[in-house]
Design a protein around this ligand. Structure first.
Ligand code: SF4
Ligand code: SF4
Length: 133
């Protein structure tokens, strides 16, 4: 029994480290576009990716009447928004513009995107459509 628990913990740590490596790899191209001007186009592309959620994010969303089981998927430190048709379930489109139905209390990662500080550098996530113009 203890062996299984240990194995599970090792798998969890490896998965977490892999996630960090993938995150870093995603941000490598960002070094080359860090001076590009950002202006949100409301394309909704960032609502397709797996946005990480903290406990505080989930509590805040719950406070506004949403049940955790309805919007959270994943386990342990790998919690993200549930999706519908490939997009976050809170995303709607109106007048061809992406609209977040929980905008005032969306997750911190949503509020920060496409900015992220890595090793002291203020970077922009190259996956953002605004930075590809
Ligand atoms: S991908 Fe960039 S431009 Fe598109 S909605 Fe997200 S932040 Fe705005
Ligand atoms: S919470 Fe809003 S901003 Fe964040 S991924 Fe979902 S729709 Fe996009």
């Amino acid at each position: 029994m203890l062996e299984y628990l240990l194995l599970f913990l090792i798998v969890l740590v490896i998965a977490y480290l892999m996630q960090e490596v993938v995150n870093f790899a995603f941000f490598l191209p960002s070094f080359f576009i860090r001076d590009k001007k950002f202006e949100c186009l409301r394309c909704g592309k960032c609502c397709r990716k797996a946005t990480p959620m903290t406990e505080e994010d989930m509590k805040l969303i719950e406070k506004h009447g949403h049940k955790r089981k309805d919007f959270v998927r994943g386990f342990g430190p790998f919690k993200t928004f549930k999706k519908k048709n490939g997009y976050c379930i809170f995303l709607g489109i109106s007048d061809s513009k992406a609209t977040c139905s929980i905008y005032p209390y969306r997750a911190k990662a949503c509020r920060d995107f496409p900015f992220k500080k890595i090793f002291g550098f203020e970077l922009k996530d190259w996956r953002c459509s605004s930075l590809k113009k």
